[in-house]
Design a protein around this ligand. Structure first.
Ligand code: 8YV
Length: 332
């Protein structure tokens, strides 16, 4: 292909080099193998002249950035969540936005379940104790936690990942599942998950282990704050593998300190990678650095799908996982 006519794309973060190479077959590619975190002005500048962008959750795509780059046609997020995109702004300008659903569902559900188990059974706290050399005798109540099997699993947000977590709880651990979600599953979907829809207050009151798996939006901001934590059982655990900001981290730190709830497992944080310092000092919280989708196979599948979306969008194909397919109408 004549390079002068080839579209240009920016790969905003470091990604598997062999997967980035697939873009080079079709496009002029500016990539970022050093994984420099571009400031806002730098990101806008680097997008000049680019028709496509490969982004991750760290790049905010909004009206200001799009207006500074009117040639941009597609923004492809390597993530299922896309709260870093202003979708209305994209659609209004005929910019296609895409994400990477499905390929990370089972991996993220594995991690959510693992984090909940680590939290309930105090694995991180007891490991720190052992590493400090403090394990010198057995004790009947040493790191006693709460059971996972047979306990009531609560799920806030019952999309693909929520259902995959419910399946693990119901089939593997004999857990009754209660959930709250805008839309209710059909009885046929609920039955194999042993799942029952409840209102949010009932979910908070009855769950032994509550998992958060809902998208972040203005509506879900601080969906779990002091008032919600106050409804939970003092023996309950809370696990968040969705997004920072869904939980009021300061309120959670107080609830954990006061043992309003027993423990929490957090993979996502308000303002991450910064973590509320109050959380860092508490023994009863398991903290991981936003790695729920981080298996090699899944991260490769996510990157591959993000590349597929870019290639299709800029070569006249059909992008496999568009967010705002209606933007194409606007562009036409
Ligand atoms: C990503 C995620 O690792 O897919 C998502 O929504 O949160 C994670 O799987 C992260 O957003 C980087 O793009």
């Amino acid at each position: 292909m004549n390079t002068a006519t080839r579209p240009s794309v920016l790969v905003a973060r470091a990604v598997f080099p062999d997967i980035v190479d697939r873009l080079r077959v079709h496009f002029e590619v500016e990539d970022n193998p050093e994984d420099v975190i571009f400031g806002r002005a730098e990101l806008i500048r680097r997008l000049h002249g680019k028709q496509g962008a490969f982004t991750t959750g760290s790049e905010r795509i909004d009206a200001e950035l799009l207006d500074a780059n009117p040639q941009l046609r597609v923004v492809s997020n390597m993530a299922v969540g896309y709260n870093n995109f202003d979708i209305a702004a994209c659609t209004a300008r005929g910019v296609l936005a895409t994400n990477t659903p499905d390929v990370l569902t089972e991996t993220t559900a594995d991690f959510g379940f693992a984090l909940m188990m680590a939290t309930a059974r105090r694995m991180a706290e007891s490991e720190r104790f052992l590493r400090r050399g403090e394990w010198n005798r057995w004790a009947y109540d040493m790191f006693t936690g709460s059971d996972v099997h047979g306990a009531t699993l609560g799920i806030l947000g019952m999309g693909r990942i929520g259902q995959a977590i419910a399946r693990r709880g119901a089939s593997g651990f004999g857990m009754p599942v209660i959930y709250h979600n805008r839309s209710r599953l059909s009885p046929e979907q609920e039955a194999p998950l042993n799942a029952r829809w409840v209102d949010k207050a009932t979910l908070l009151r009855e769950a032994d282990h509550l998992l958060l798996v809902l998208p972040y939006s203005a509506t879900s901001h601080h969906a779990i704050g002091a008032a919600e934590l106050a409804l939970m059982k003092p023996t309950a655990t809370l696990t968040n593998v969705a997004r920072g900001g869904i939980v009021d981290d300061a309120a959670l730190a107080v609830a954990l300190r006061d043992r309003r709830i027993a423990a929490a497992g957090l993979d996502v944080f308000e303002g991450e990678p910064a973590v509320n310092p109050a959380l860092l000092t508490l023994p009863n919280v398991v903290l991981t650095p936003h790695i729920a989708s981080a298996s090699v196979a899944t991260r490769r599948a996510m990157a591959g799908l993000a590349v597929d979306n870019l290639i299709a969008a800029l070569t006249g194909g059909v992008p496999p996982t568009p967010i705002n397919a209606d933007s194409l109408v606007k562009r036409a």
